[in-house]
Design a protein around this ligand. Structure first.
Ligand code: DGL
Length: 266
């Protein structure tokens, strides 16, 4: 059996925050990073149209790359389409992600938690159900950001970010109530960890910024080792990790970024 890759899917470059962790945990696996940049940002899409797009796109991706498993760290895609993907493509194991509301509810001391996500993720019934299920004793504020994913994309390509814009986007996360303050902000979008230092700098007070990247990578690693332990996989002659961008147009700054992540364009 040849060594089939791990496919990692995001709307843009945000999923690289999870690829980074996945490589640490699975240094001997081969990865295909897919960015649906032709449709970025996912956060602005209406649900039925985005769902249809993702389901159709995966038909092509699974045929083309034949992954052993598919990881969808993108919260906006996963909270919308994970169940439908599993149903449509039962031959492929999927690892999804959901906003880290449960761990935040377990860790908060003040009981004031904010979830920073795209407008799409904030709207999802899935996200609201997570709060009902796991965080009833907390006050959870959902903050939909229209700009942060874009700002992260610019930052990663051009190393520039408008700090005032970051400050304005995160400001609604910070609540003071009955002498207590928000103490955890859940980063419920793969793009946001790239900006976390700027968020720390512009935040009105220190909080824990919960980044689920490592947890997603751990889940992928454990699923893979259940399916096929590494010793059973025969090493492939080509161990390069690939990147596939659906627009087919990858500018110089993006190429440089991919190179920095050790990815070759497919
Ligand atoms: N990276 C995506 C997420 O985790 C969304 C960014 C976007 O396309 O709006 O939710």
């Amino acid at each position: 059996m040849s060594d089939r890759p791990v496919l990692m899917f995001d709307s843009g470059i945000g999923g690289l925050t999870v690829l980074r962790e996945a490589r640490v945990l699975m240094p001997d696996r081969r990865f295909i990073y897919v960015a649906d940049d032709a449709a970025f940002p996912y956060g602005d899409w209406e649900e039925p149209a985005l769902n249809a797009r993702i389901i159709e796109l995966f038909g092509d991706l699974l045929k083309r790359f034949q992954p052993e498993i598919a990881v969808i760290p993108c919260n906006t895609a996963s909270t919308l389409s994970l169940a439908a993907l599993r149903e449509t493509y039962p031959g492929t194991p999927f690892v999804g992600t959901v906003p880290a509301i449960k761990p935040a509810a377990e860790r908060t001391r003040s009981g004031l938690v904010s979830v920073l996500a795209t407008p799409g993720t904030v709207k999802r019934q899935y996200t609201r159900d997570l709060i009902t299920q796991w965080a009833q004793k907390c006050h959870v504020r959902l903050v939909g950001s229209t700009q942060l994913a874009r700002l992260a994309e610019i930052y990663m390509r051009d190393r520039f970010v408008d700090e005032e814009a970051v400050r304005a986007e995160i400001a609604p996360c910070f609540i003071e109530q009955d002498g207590k303050r928000t103490d955890i902000v859940v980063l419920a979008c793969t793009h946001y960890p790239f900006l976390v230092n700027r968020m720390r700098k512009t935040a009105p007070w220190p909080v824990d910024w919960l980044d689920p990247a490592e947890a997603i990578a751990r889940r992928a690693a454990s699923l893979l080792s259940e399916i096929r332990p590494r010793s059973e996989a025969s090493p492939s002659s080509d161990m390069r990790d690939l990147a596939f961008f659906t627009s087919g147009k990858v500018d110089f700054a993006t190429q440089r970024l991919l190179q920095g992540f050790g990815l070759t364009l497919a």
